[in-house]
Design a protein. Structure first.
Lengths: 274, 62
């Protein structure tokens, strides 16, 4: 019912009729989505799509300008190959689900032709292959013996496809574990890691610090903890760029390994006179 | 560009394509009513039926 609508947007048909060259950025979007799917992604953010357009030298400049608006509206017209699964900010798309059938498409024309062809409902042989790839990732995730706090922080996010958030929350969980075990709630980030895992006067030690090799291991692990904050937590707290499921799997596995090393670390007596 | 639409429907479609008040955002029915000076629902229904416009319903599309 028209009276129940929150608003109206132009359809793909209207956009292409008024401005036929809108097909060029849509070609790039479809090519990007197909490539993403072949790399194991079945959801992509609209912000990511638009970043890719900018990187490809498209005349597209800003997702909030008129062309960006029309492209967002046009995305609704690419179903069932690209499907809006989340709409925010004025009901415009924010996340897109990519059908396996997109992987053999590279232009808007391919999509429009397939929409006219009822046979597109027939599963492709490669659907099974791609489904297998996603199933493999899910199986790999389930099989990982993650640290329970990392698993708890990331489980739901990873399973729901929020890979960036899964990495971020895993890194935050690791930082919190370090604070709890070291009792240094006054510190955070890289300063926390450098203090708690100091090569010579650590709060938590990974070994007896008895010789050069022990000291080197202590310092190396200190750098890994510091790196986890600098490379994994901080960028995701400041930037919305998405992560792939494969990368998230590897990052979270790494963070889990650090959490297990932390579990095995021993508190050291404070230096004499402290 | 000629959409081959009656005058009022053509004006509505152009408004929605360019965004209300030159802002790139969905067009509310109120803006369309103001444009045509009347209740635009029958015209909007025609434009939706003929796949020129898409109504945005609810808080999420899925």
């Amino acid at each position: 019912m028209a009276s129940a609508a929150h608003g109206y947007i132009p359809t793909l048909k209207a956009i292409l009729t008024q401005q036929p060259d809108t097909s060029r950025p849509l070609d790039a979007i479809i090519e990007f989505a197909a490539s993403a799917f072949r790399r194991g992604r079945d959801t992509i953010s609209v912000a990511e799509l638009f970043n890719a357009l900018g990187a490809r030298g498209s005349h597209f400049r800003d997702e909030d300008d008129l062309l960006g608006y029309r492209l967002k509206c046009a995305l609704f017209g690419l179903e069932p190959f690209l499907t809006v699964i989340n709409a925010a900010k004025g009901f415009l798309p924010s996340t897109i689900k990519v059908s396996a059938k997109v992987q053999r498409m590279s232009t808007l024309k391919d999509v429009l032709e397939a929409q006219q062809d009822p046979s597109h409902e027939t599963p492709l042989p490669s659907d099974q292959h791609q489904g297998d790839a996603h199933e493999s990732l899910r199986a790999a995730w389930a099989a990982l013996d993650l640290h329970p706090r990392v698993r708890s922080a990331a489980e739901e996010l990873y399973r729901n496809g929020h890979y960036r958030n899964a990495i971020l929350d895993s890194a935050v969980a690791l930082v919190n574990l370090v604070k709890e075990k070291s009792r240094r709630h006054d510190l955070d980030g890289a300063a926390l890691m450098r203090t708690v895992f100091s090569r010579t006067t650590p709060v938590l030690a990974f070994n007896n610090l008895a010789d050069q090799s022990d000291l080197d291991e202590q310092e190396g692990l200190m750098h890994l903890f510091e790196g986890a904050v600098l490379a994994f937590r901080n960028p995701r707290a400041h930037d919305l760029a998405p992560d792939t499921p494969e990368y998230a799997l590897e990052c979270i596995g790494f963070l889990s390994m650090l959490a297990k090393k932390l579990d095995a670390a021993q508190r050291r007596a404070p230096p004499t006179g402290a | 560009m000629d959409f081959g639409l009656p005058t009022d429907e053509d004006r509505i479609l152009r408004l929605v394509l360019d965004g209300p008040r030159n802002r790139a955002e969905p067009t509310k029915k109120l803006d369309v009513d103001r444009l045509v000076g009347d209740d635009a629902e029958p015209l909007l229904r025609n434009l939706v039926r003929d796949e020129w416009l898409r109504p945005l319903m609810g808080t999420s599309q899925r």
